[in-house]
Ligand binder design. Structure first.
Ligand SMILES: *[C@@H]1O[C@H](CO)[C@@H](O)[C@H](O)[C@H]1NC(C)=O
Ligand SMILES: *[C@@H]1O[C@H](CO)[C@@H](O)[C@H](O)[C@H]1NC(C)=O
Ligand SMILES: *[C@@H]1O[C@H](CO)[C@@H](O)[C@H](O)[C@H]1NC(C)=O
Ligand SMILES: *[C@@H]1O[C@H](CO)[C@@H](O)[C@H](O)[C@H]1NC(C)=O
Ligand SMILES: *[C@@H]1O[C@H](CO)[C@@H](O)[C@H](O)[C@H]1NC(C)=O
Ligand SMILES: *[C@@H]1O[C@H](CO)[C@@H](O)[C@H](O)[C@H]1NC(C)=O
Ligand SMILES: *[C@@H]1O[C@H](CO)[C@@H](O)[C@H](O)[C@H]1NC(C)=O
Length: 921
């Protein structure tokens, strides 16, 4: 706890004051088991958004029963009674087909769900009932809807933008599915951030001062409910010149990654569940096999979770379930050793991710300065023991493991949104599934050859862009994008990755593009495909283009070249003649092909010339010669159309997205309606209680007429009785109608009480106002022509107007107050607070006008007489007027008259000084 507090206060230094219009942003760390939400809003440091139970994390569970959608603890409770109506551990089902090993594993673990294939997309859906199916995207989206609500409640404003964490081992399809789930939840996903990168970022933020150019190596070992990962991070400072001047920034680089997608707390819990089930069957308390009862299994699962946690701290514990099956109770003493024995093979897998992380980083353990534990799974003593033995050093447990990823992600969200200023902390992620491009190339002999090129190799940093150049094609062709070089992974993990085939791209219009750009001086430089691995770890083919180098001879005015010439002249500010051809020239000498790639695919760049180069040395020399004499060489880019065919699971298309969105909207509305009904019922209920209490208060007693009281009491009793009988099932409108009726019935009484309470204060304010005005008037009288020819600020009319206003108001007040005094407290009010306020406002207006006049008064030039103001003046100098008008809009309740008083009593010099001050403005 102490650490969390420290964390928040330190972050204050990182997040500066936002721009005025900035909006709050959020992060969601959606795990298999828990969801945590981070927010940052203007002027408030990053924090965790609490859920409805004011907790910092919620079970990532959603349930549907009797038209009611529930989330978190409530949904988990539904799951114990109706296992197949409550959905959990959904994250790892995103983007998978029915025969995916992880789907099979899920079905084995939780046999009570009906999971059916979605043939259109080759994915899965959960069947809730005959007419209701949910895709994992839809279920995850609805969990994210909750995250949004918590965040909005926490930040007290609508939130749309977010950063979502994603398991680092998620492939392209899984990432896309999560993005779509975010979209379905009504969120704008700024980025998917790998969970370990978010953790590393959070860790780094607090230690950035300790980093220097020498890399520090830290390993994060994260065992969650579902999976385990080990990541080796290098921390250092780097120099950048992004903004034109050198700067030093801290940086975290992912150097090595290892993971085990099925090693986690859940597996331990399931083994305990099955162990308890086996033991219960052995007790032969009933003939029914406990494994055939979903409800009993759900109860055992819940108890197993508790048992697992307790056994992390205690050597033994009694597992206990009342009425487990056929009304039979279950009780069993379980020792920690027993748990460890049944999970022996799991503990053997603990070191696996560490080995892979080191292997992929090409580093050894001795270079690692710290091994930091993350995730609830690492609390299991045996896990720590095994890990420590393997890494041969103490394990750091100093990170707030539960919230590190959430906080790292919200830091990134603040950085990506426009409204916050955040100290730069660079993160470099790394490709863990290498991507390969394959295509068939005709050989000299006329056959075709299968060619493979690595696009992103293992541990390539990203975000980055890569270009692949195809030199041999003169007509349309295809290429494929696949995962490759996965031998470093255990065979299981390769299977969990799903299809290695990703997409086929068809290029069309190649020969047309070539023809269009042919000619004596045109030289094709190949077809370049620009790929990007973006911040979210998603691969995109940005564009494909034919590159042609053309030598331009200024005197050559024929054919294509004349067109090029005109393009050039246009570029150099010549004629505005529209050019019918696309090609756009580039100043080729300096900049071969624009490349923003942080790292270029070295292999391709070097391989290509050898194999695909069309021209040979002789030609090159020719070109060079040409360049010297006629120095204009343009690189032209002709776009090539590419069509993608996804060869694996399809993301939701537009129509499917719209349908899913509508479905979720409906459920959101249903939930909101239920909430509105609940609120209406509660409001009505508490209003009835409130009235009944008030009627016993002295203020209300004296302000109420006896028949009024009995009428209200009667109505209250009636509503109260109704609420506990017929009213239990009433709809929102009925509750709201009844509330309105009670409001109407009590309005007069309540307003009388209020008037009696507020009146003295209001009259006191009016008195003060009158005192100030009178005082002002006395002084002001001296500033008229009659008494003070040198400083005749006010006219007779103005003095007279104020005077009579004061006198009239006083008279009115005395009379009205007197009359009201005589009335009984239960009689209708004659002198309302509103009337008093109006009088105050009238006086205030007049005073403001006069005070302003004094403020801006200047000694008159002798020859120019001041125009007379007939009445309480909307006609004075322009400045005055606007000031007066402005002040009329103000609601003035009390007049702290000091300022006005001071102004008049002060000597003229002082007033002049004020005037100068104002003029300066
Ligand atoms: C859910 O479980 C209930 C009770 O076991 C069963 O009747 C129902 O058919 C199940 N629903 C689905 C969709 O499997
Ligand atoms: C990354 O690419 C995906 C897929 O094209 C896109 O939806 C997403 O917006 C991109 N994300 C970022 C952060 O650029
Ligand atoms: C970098 O920091 C480490 C430890 O914080 C220190 O041992 C090392 O000398 C520093 N190196 C430089 C070049 O300052
Ligand atoms: C280069 O190309 C020319 C004609 O295109 C050809 O005559 C010559 O043999 C080639 N040279 C090499 C080294 O390939
Ligand atoms: C280009 O030509 C010059 C002579 O003009 C020759 O010396 C040189 O080796 C040639 N360059 C290449 C790369 O062949
Ligand atoms: C107004 O002034 C009178 C006398 O000058 C004083 O007795 C009274 O308390 C003042 N009232 C307020 C509200 O300031
Ligand atoms: C008004 O002015 C006269 C003469 O200038 C002065 O004697 C008198 O005290 C002033 N009265 C007030 C209330 O300032």
């Amino acid at each position: 706890m102490k650490l969390a507090v420290l964390a928040v206060s330190t972050l204050l230094f990182y997040i500066g004051l936002p721009h005025v219009a900035s909006l709050a942003v959020m992060s969601v760390d959606l795990g298999s088991e828990w969801m945590k939400v981070g927010i940052v809003s203007p002027g408030v440091p990053m924090e965790i958004a609490l859920n409805v139970e004011s907790k910092r994390k919620s079970p990532a569970v959603i349930s549907f029963r009797d038209n009611t959608r529930l989330f978190g603890e409530d949904a988990a409770a539904v799951g114990v009674k109706y296992p197949n109506k409550s959905f959990a551990y959904l994250l790892d089902l995103l983007g998978k087909s029915i025969d995916h090993p992880l789907v099979k594993l899920y079905q084995k673990r939780f046999p009570y769900y009906e999971i059916v294939p979605d043939k259109e997309r080759d994915t899965i859906r959960f069947k809730l009932d005959e007419d209701t199916y949910f895709s994992p995207e839809e279920l995850v989206a609805q969990i994210l809807v909750k995250a949004k609500q918590f965040a909005e409640h926490g930040a007290q404003q609508p939130i749309k933008e977010c950063v979502l964490t994603v398991p680092g081992y998620f492939n392209q399809i899984e990432r896309k599915a999560l993005l779509q789930a975010g979209e379905l939840a009504g969120l704008k996903v700024l980025q998917l951030i790998n969970d370990y990168t978010a953790v590393a970022l959070n860790y780094g933020i607090f230690r950035s001062k300790t980093f220097n150019e020498t890399t520090q190596y830290v390993m994060f070992y994260d065992m969650g409910a579902y999976s385990t990962s080990a990541v080796l991070i290098g921390y250092q400072t780097v120099k950048t010149k992004e903004r034109g001047y050198p700067e030093t920034h801290p940086q975290a680089t992912v150097l090595g990654v290892g993971f085990d997608r099925t090693l986690g707390g859940l597996e331990i819990q399931l083994r305990l569940r099955d162990y308890l089930g086996k033991k219960f069957n052995e007790m032969k308390k009933t003939k029914t096999d406990v494994f055939t009862s979903p409800r009993a299994m759900a109860k055992l699962f819940k108890e197993a979770g508790r048992l697992k946690n307790v056994l992390s701290a205690n050597a033994e514990h009694i597992a206990q379930v009342e009425g487990l099956l056929d009304d039979k109770d279950f009780k069993l003493l379980v020792k920690r050793e027993e748990m460890e024995e049944m999970c022996k093979d799991l503990f053997e897998r603990v070191k696996g991710p560490v080995q892979t992380a080191l292997k992929t980083a090409h580093l050894t353990m001795d270079i690692v300065s710290q091994v930091v534990l993350v995730g609830a799974g690492t609390r299991v003593p045996k896990v720590q023991e095994v890990l420590q033995k393997y890494v041969k050093q103490d394990l750091a447990k100093n990170l707030n493991t539960d919230e590190a990823a959430t906080m790292g992600a919200v830091y990134r969200a603040a950085e990506l949104s426009t409204g916050f200023k955040v100290a730069k902390f660079i993160t470099k992620d790394a490709v863990i599934y290498p991507v390969q491009v394959t295509f068939e190339r005709p050989t000299e002999e006329g056959s075709v050859k299968q060619v493979k090129r690595t696009l992103f190799s293992l541990m390539n940093p990203y975000p980055s862009k890569k270009i692949i150049t195809f030199n041999k094609y003169t007509s349309d062709f295809n290429f494929n994008v696949n995962y490759a070089e996965l031998d470093y992974l255990p065979p299981n993990e390769v299977r969990y990755l799903g299809s290695a085939r990703l997409s086929e791209f068809q290029l069309s219009g190649v020969s047309e593009a070539l023809n269009k750009n042919s000619g004596k001086n045109a030289e094709p430089k190949g077809i370049k495909a620009h790929f990007q691995m973006n911040e979210s770890g998603l691969l995109n083919l940005l564009n494909v283009e034919l590159i042609v180098e053309k030598t331009i001879l200024p005197e050559d005015e024929t054919g294509t070249l004349s067109k090029i010439g005109s393009t050039f002249s246009k570029l150099f500010g010549g004629e505005e003649k529209p050019v019918e051809e696309k090609p756009t020239p580039e100043t080729a000498e300096e900049k071969p092909v624009e490349e923003k790639a942080q790292e270029q695919p070295a292999e391709e760049k070097e391989d290509k010339p050898k194999q695909d180069q069309v021209k040979n040395e002789t030609q090159k020399n020719e070109t060079e010669t040409a360049k010297e004499t006629k120095p204009k060489v343009g690189t032209f880019k002709e776009p090539i159309k590419s069509t993608e065919h996804i060869l694996t699971i399809l993301p939701l298309d537009k129509k499917q997205m719209a349908e899913a969105s509508e479905k979720i909207e409906k459920l959101n509305k249903l939930e909101a309606d239920i909430k509105r009904r609940e609120t209406a019922m509660n409001t009505l209920e508490s209003f009835v209680i409130d009235i009944q209490n008030k009627l016993d208060e002295e203020d209300y007693k004296i302000a109420a007429k006896p028949e009024e009281v009995s009428k209200i009491k009667e109505a209250c009793t009636e509503v109260a009785n109704w609420l506990y009988e017929d009213g239990v099932d009433a709809d929102t409108e009925t509750y709201e109608k009844k509330l309105d009726e009670l409001h109407a019935l009590t309005r007069d009484l309540f307003s009388r009480v209020w008037e009696h309470r507020e009146r003295p204060e209001a009259i006191k304010s009016l008195d003060t106002m009158l005192n100030h005005s009178s005082h002002f008037l006395n002084n002001a009288k001296n500033l008229t022509k009659k008494f003070n020819p040198q400083k005749d600020v006010f006219t007779e009319v103005e003095i007279e107007t104020l005077h009579s206003l004061i006198v009239d108001t006083k008279q009115w007040k005395d009379k009205a107050a007197n009359e009201q005094e005589k009335l009984g407290k239960s009689e209708p009010i004659k002198l309302t607070v509103k009337m008093v306020m109006d009088k105050i406002a009238a006086l205030d207006r007049e005073m403001k006008y006069l005070v302003n006049k004094l403020k801006f008064w200047k000694p008159r030039k002798v020859e120019k007489p001041v125009t007379e103001k007939p009445e309480n003046g909307s006609d004075s100098s322009k400045k005055n007027e606007s000031e007066t008008t402005d002040s009329k809009d103000e609601v003035v309740i009390d007049v702290g008259g000091d300022e006005k008083e001071a102004e008049v009593t002060e000597d003229p010099n002082e007033a002049d000084a004020k005037e100068d001050e104002h003029l300066e403005l």
